[in-house]
Design a binder for this molecule. Structure first.
Ligand SMILES: Nc1ncnc2c1ncn2[C@@H]1O[C@H](COP(=O)(O)OP(=O)(O)OP(=O)(O)O)[C@@H](O)[C@H]1O
Ligand SMILES: [Mg+2]
Length: 391
């Protein structure tokens, strides 16, 4: 089986989205004003992962996000107030899966989430589909307690579509916060799986075989030199308390240089290390929050093609990222299909494919970059009020 990725996502009543239906490319740039739902959208894929993680499942995945009242859209009303997530997952040949989950709170007295519908379809290259799961089923009817759990998250129940569960497990999210990485003792919080803020980056590096670790650190070192030319000989060292540290030799006027570890490295260096490491990890879809943060614009301008090269020549992970950076979107290689715009809707927000807007496609075909053709469209009228405000 070759590499799978999310090819489409449809949502109902998820956070601030009443309804979403979009195709997803192998590299996705999500743009939109502040508080429009970019991070909420990334949460969908983390939620699917949380369903299948050890210690995860429907209850924990919802509780982790503050309960049904926070996950379900505040705009939801009328006949359909279920939260619904439907994804199409495909490999390069076009075979894959469709997964659909609708859930609701059990009753007004009991806000815990229960499965309203869970469907799994196998998609063949020929276009045929084969239903592998349709819930509620007879067993659910005799024992409604079963609806507290999804089948995808239960090993006993997912043997016919284990591949899909395994795929959800490979989703990773990275929003590396340098200061948290530097503070050794900072609590990990109660997130499931890997730490979203990159605090377990050093453990991830430690958990590779010496050979892989060395090869990846060498590659990392080469790229890091573009932002921190004095840095060389990057290595992972374990201190006397068993804590891993990323050390680099800092070249200065003394001939032998001096070793520094992550606590001395700059914000931009640390964020770049997180990005480069995760691009090299042989995982599934990689969700990145604003990868431009802390980086010089001359580097940011080069990020989009860099990610593309990492996809083609490296681990081949699908990358779904949010950004506010016009520099990141300046690359001429970005196609309209790779851009998702989030815009205010009558209630909440809507997600629009760049390729679905003819004026965007026309401008980009005429040679304008996503920065020029897309970003201005995400400005709202209210933003101009900033000019007249004071504090
Ligand atoms: N259940 C919900 N129903 C309606 N709106 C919600 C719900 N949950 C969160 N929101 C809204 O979503 C918004 C936050 O969205 P999000 O964090 O995804 O923004 P963003 O686009 O990532 O912004 P930024 O660029 O500032 O990071 C908040 O305004 C919040 O009120
Ligand atoms: Mg955000």
């Amino acid at each position: 089986m070759n590499k799978m990725r999310f090819a489409r996502v449809e949502l109902e009543n998820w956070k601030n989205f009443t309804s979403v239906e979009v195709d997803l490319a192998n590299r996705v740039f999500i743009v939109g004003p502040n508080a429009i739902g970019k991070s909420n959208f990334l949460q969908v894929f983390r939620f699917l992962r949380d369903l299948v993680l050890e210690g995860g499942g429907l209850g924990p995945a919802v509780n982790q996000r503050g309960g049904m009242g926070k996950v379900r859209s505040l705009y939801a009303r009328g006949l359909n107030t279920d939260v619904m997530i439907r994804v199409v997952v495909k490999d390069e040949a076009g075979a894959g899966w469709r997964y659909e989950l609708a859930f609701a709170h059990e009753s007004d007295r009991n806000p815990r989430p229960v499965v309203v519908r869970e469907l799994v379809d196998r998609l063949r290259v020929s276009g045929e589909t084969e239903r592998k799961l349709a819930r509620p089923d007879n067993q659910d009817e005799t024992d409604p307690e079963r609806l507290k759990e999804t089948a995808i998250g239960v090993l006993r129940a997912n043997q016919d579509f284990r591949e899909l569960a395994d795929f959800f497990r490979t989703v990773a999210y990275l929003h590396l916060v340098p200061q948290l990485l530097r503070e050794e003792q900072s609590p990990r919080g109660d997130t499931l799986g890997t730490d979203p803020y990159g605090r377990d980056l050093l453990d991830q590096i430690r958990n590779t075989t010496p050979r892989t670790q060395k090869a990846r650190l060498r590659r990392l070192e080469r790229v890091l030199k573009t932002v921190a030319p004095q840095l060389e000989n990057l290595r992972l060292e374990i201190d006397e308390h068993g804590q891993p540290h990323l050390e680099g030799k800092f070249r200065h006027w003394r001939p032998q240089g001096a070793y520094q570890d992550e606590r001395q490295l700059s914000d931009g260096t640390l964020r770049l290390i997180g990005l480069l490491w995760s691009l090299q990890e042989p995982g599934g879809p990689l969700l990145l929050e604003e990868p431009e943060l802390s980086l010089h614009t001359a580097i940011v301008k080069r990020l989009a093609p860099f990610i593309h090269r990492a996809q083609v020549g490296g681990a081949g992970r699908q990358v779904i990222l949010t950004t506010h950076s016009e520099h990141l979107l300046m690359d001429a290689g970005i196609a309209p299909e790779e851009v998702l715009l989030m815009l205010p809707a009558a209630e909440g927000a809507q997600v629009v494919e760049g390729a679905a807007r003819s004026e965007i496609v026309r401008l980009m075909q005429a040679g304008l970059t996503a920065s020029e053709a897309v970003l201005p469209r995400t400005e709202t009228r209210q933003m101009a009020l900033f000019d007249r405000l004071n504090v």
